[in-house]
Design a binder for this molecule. Structure first.
Ligand SMILES: [Ca+2]
Ligand SMILES: [Ca+2]
Length: 157
């Protein structure tokens, strides 16, 4: 696992440096080796590696997609029916640009479907001088959380 993570770092670094996003054979091979990924639907893949929100999004980009957003309740139910309720998973939504204006990482648009947990989004870390600007699934509901936290995540292609 350590070697894979190291290889991923190299891939992510190459992306940050502007290398074309098309995967090489070696990178494709690497993905096949991880065994951490499981398709839960036609366009969604859960990644059972813990990463910060930014690193998770970078990982999804290597796979040719983005962190996931849901178009409707049907998609939401499909995914939440397949994942571990005790884990947290990053989604492709944040309010970094403007507080309480949650947009999709994919299009930078407003997100049309939300399924917030009770009293969320609450930007709760604000009391500690921080912000909760990235959206995760927690107890199978949406929650705004600190972007630096390390969670499993869901990619969408
Ligand atoms: Ca926020
Ligand atoms: Ca929150």
């Amino acid at each position: 696992m350590a070697k894979i993570q190291k290889d991923m770092q190299v891939i992510l670094k190459s992306i940050q440096q502007g290398t074309p996003s098309k995967l090489t054979n070696k990178e494709n091979q690497l993905q096949a080796q991880t065994n951490c990924e499981r398709d839960v639907g036609r366009h969604f893949t859960t990644i059972k590696i813990r990463k910060s929100w930014d690193d998770a999004e970078a990982y999804c980009r290597v796979m040719g997609g983005h962190l996931a957003t849901f178009k409707n309740k049907e998609e939401f139910d499909l995914i939440t029916g397949e994942i571990d309720p005790s884990e947290r998973y990053w989604l492709g939504i944040n309010d970094r640009a403007k507080e309480n204006n949650f947009v999709s990482v994919d299009f930078g648009k407003k997100v049309t479907f939300f399924e917030w947990g009770l009293a969320e989004p609450n930007n709760a870390a604000k009391d500690a001088g921080l912000d909760e600007d990235c959206v995760e699934l927690k107890d199978l509901k949406m929650n705004d959380s600190e972007c630096t936290g390390e969670n499993f995540f869901i990619c969408q292609n």
